[in-house]
Design a protein. Structure first.
Length: 376
């Protein structure tokens, strides 16, 4: 962690567990202006890790016979996904990102369109939306109005936050309550998480770090976005949690205590999916699969929102876990060929992840999960 901080991350903190042993640590600053240090127990915006919670909630409804994985989404949400698209796209395709529906984020934040072409990218729409209240329906409409990124069911899939807002609408339709309320009662509370919640305002409750966004070098110095209305991402990436809670959640999930074993097996059926950074990941139903030779197969998710990044992975046998948070995002600048430049932070994070997962240096760095999260 000290190496990650020295490489340029203001603050990094997390928890690693191995059977009955647990290590918690932190390095660097929660506030670069005051020098306030980060602590391992701080709350954090965990981004797309939220998708595992949403997927688990959907699978609970599948277990109750209220939702069918291979039913067309148009059967449930004909107003949201009408016509032929609604007939071709299934619930499973939303969960594993093979719907072909593009991500709404570039259209909700217009000043980001054109990335990585600079100087077209700016922080204007990030700042303009800091206190804006988005409706899920308007974000979904933005995604559906954009050109499709593939045919429904085709692989590789293409990662899209629009899918998970639609799943939030599906939960609301089938449960008669908000998706956030259902997930809180049936996933968060069932897992026994004490510091995990959907925010009800622009601020994080409890001790937390400032969250610095560099926006690929556009913001220099990076700007704090820890105060933000998370309605722009909802059931896709809005959760606040702690690293201890994340490790507990994935331990409970992989042990069959959040969904049953049959549902878990469905969640762990992976296909190749193209992430927002262009890499290809192995993605199931709200779960990533990360195979590290010499260390085993890990399950979990990563995520990023403006200024905050998180990685949480649990080994298949449940005995080794890591959850790591950083308070700087999009640190890679873009070169003249419009490619993100390599940064020492990338190497330092891969070293940290490898050590956290393997406990030694037997695994090769290139087999560790990449430092750049796949999405807001």
């Amino acid at each position: 962690m000290d190496g990650v901080h020295r490489a340029g991350i203001p603050g990094v903190y997390g928890e690693v567990s191995d059977a009955d042993r647990t290590w918690r640590g932190a390095s660097g600053f929660a506030d670069v202006r005051t020098g306030r240090p980060v602590r391992p127990d701080m709350r954090h915006r965990v981004g797309s890790i939220t998708k595992t919670f949403t997927a688990a909630a959907v699978m609970q409804q599948v277990e109750q016979g209220r939702i069918r994985l291979d039913a067309p989404i148009g059967d449930y949400l004909p107003e949201s996904v009408p016509g032929e698209r609604g007939r071709k796209i299934t619930v499973r395709m939303l969960l594993n990102n093979t719907s072909g529906i593009p991500d709404y984020i570039p259209y909700a934040f217009p000043s980001l369109q054109g990335f990585p072409s600079l100087p077209d990218v700016s922080a204007a729409s990030l700042d303009a939306s800091r206190f804006r209240q988005f409706r899920p329906a308007e974000l979904i409409e933005l995604g559906l109005a954009a050109p499709p990124v593939g045919e429904p069911g085709a692989t590789p899939g293409v990662y899209s936050n629009t899918n998970y807002l639609l799943l939030g609408q599906l939960l609301e339709k089938m449960t008669g309550t908000t998706a956030e309320a259902y997930i809180t009662r049936n996933v968060i509370e069932r897992a026994g998480l004490r510091h995990t919640e959907f925010p009800d305002g622009t601020r994080i409750k409890g001790p937390h770090s400032r969250m610095y966004e560099a926006l690929w070098g556009v913001l220099d110095p990076p700007r704090d976005y820890s105060v933000y209305n998370m309605s722009w991402t909802g059931t896709g990436a809005a959760l606040v949690s702690t690293m201890e809670d994340l490790n507990r959640f994935y331990a409970e999930l992989l042990d069959g205590r959040i969904v049953n074993r049959s549902s878990l097996a469905q969640m762990q059926r992976t296909i190749p999916v193209i992430a927002l950074d262009g890499s290809t990941i192995q993605y199931g139903l709200g779960l990533h699969k990360v195979a590290v030779p010499g260390c085993g197969t890990f399950w979990g998710h990563d995520g990023t929102v403006w200024g905050a990044g998180t990685m949480s992975l649990t080994r298949a046998d449940g005995k080794r876990q890591m959850s790591v948070a950083v308070n700087l995002q999009r640190w890679n600048k873009v070169d003249s060929s419009e490619k993100a430049q390599h940064h020492p932070i990338d190497d330092a994070l891969e070293t940290l992840y490898r050590e956290a997962m393997c406990g030694d240096h037997n695994a090769q760095a290139e087999n560790a999960p990449q430092a750049t999260a796949v999405a807001p």
